[in-house]
Design a binder for this molecule. Structure first.
Ligand code: GLY
Length: 331
């Protein structure tokens, strides 16, 4: 069946379409075995995150605990220059971190944006979910909340990031060079009960304007989960992913019956058509459908997914998106 027909048929048939045998064996992996835990995340450093998430479940932690502990691995690693301690600073030399976490069953979520002075923004985001009536806290307010919750402040600018900043300032003495880089760690987890949780953590664009926030801490943009449909996380140019509500769109396509790869392809297609930059955008997604099928897609080559199936984790290269329907986007 042509991909477009497939998607339209899925949309027409609604939830019942998920039960169609025609979905079995579509590209993008296979549905999970009964009770199998499935975890997918962005970039090769997602491997350690998946393994920590799996270990957390095996130790009796919840799905939310698992995604939180998973992404904390990268936040703690100073060699990763796009997340947590090690993340490159804004144009004033200050590290501002964004993170979010969401439960796909209760739809509870928590996020912090432009958080300074804490290496683990995902822990603060989790505390927002658990202990605040609000969903998103930013800047000084997020910091005040973190302090009130008892998190200790720490140095967040690693030696390597400080050196990179000093080099950048030599090239841009006025501190106004272009922002760069965007390798967010996003993780989607489907536990043995069919429950989906998602988390994202990033230092955002290097050399960004102070206070700039991308897609990663924003529900529906950098991450989204619904136990009845699936979960998705994004990495790439936050402004472009946010333009189309990227992660929400992927989940909604999966709800209509698309495989994760098809859902991501449709979303990349939407980004390419709605962005003034067309296909010259960095955008990549990983997703798990409610039945355990996984998928990944990227506008450009160079992206990798970390995938955990049947207790073992591997890092897989993701080919660049190919626009197979250059004149079709009437939806
Ligand atoms: N995707 C991360 C950001 O744009 O901040």
């Amino acid at each position: 069946m042509h991909r477009r027909d497939f998607l339209l048929r899925g949309a027409a048939a609604g939830a019942g379409f998920l039960a169609s045998t025609e979905l079995q064996g579509e590209p993008g992996g296979s549905p999970r075995n009964p009770g199998e835990i499935v975890i997918i995340s962005t970039w090769p450093f997602g491997k350690a995150a998946n393994e920590a998430a799996l270990q957390t479940l095996e130790d009796g932690g919840s799905a939310l605990d698992a995604v939180e502990k998973g992404v904390m691995t990268a936040e703690a690693d100073p060699s990763i220059q796009s997340v947590g301690f090690g993340g490159l600073p804004n144009r004033s030399g200050v590290v501002e971190l964004d993170a979010a976490i969401q439960d796909g069953r209760s739809f509870e979520s928590g996020a912090v944006c432009s958080l300074q002075g804490y290496r683990h923004p995902i822990q603060v985001a989790r505390a927002v979910l658990d202990h605040s009536p609000h969903l998103v806290l930013v800047g000084a307010g997020a910091r005040e909340f973190a302090t009130d919750q008892g998190f200790p402040t720490e140095e967040t600018l690693s030696d390597k990031a400080r050196e990179a900043y000093q080099n950048w300032r030599k090239k841009h003495p006025d501190g106004k060079g272009p922002a760069a880089g965007h390798d967010t760690l996003g993780l989607v987890l489907l536990n043995s009960d069919g429950h989906i949780c998602v988390a994202c953590t990033t230092s955002g664009l290097a050399w960004k304007h102070p206070g700039r926030v991308g897609d990663s801490p924003l529900l529906g943009h950098g991450l989204y989960a619904d136990d009845e449909a699936g979960g998705c996380v994004a990495t790439g140019d936050g402004e472009e992913i946010t333009r189309v509500c990227g992660s929400f769109l992927v989940v909604e396509w999966m709800r209509k019956g698309a495989t994760p790869e098809e859902a991501i392809e449709e979303t990349l297609n939407r980004i390419a058509r709605r962005s003034p930059r067309g296909r010259d955008v960095h955008a990549s997604f990983v997703a798990i459908r409610a039945d355990g099928m996984t998928g990944a897609g990227s506008m450009r080559k160079g992206f990798h997914q970390a995938l955990t199936r049947n207790g073992s984790t591997e890092v897989l290269s993701v080919p660049a998106y190919v626009d197979r329907n250059p004149h079709e986007d009437q939806r």
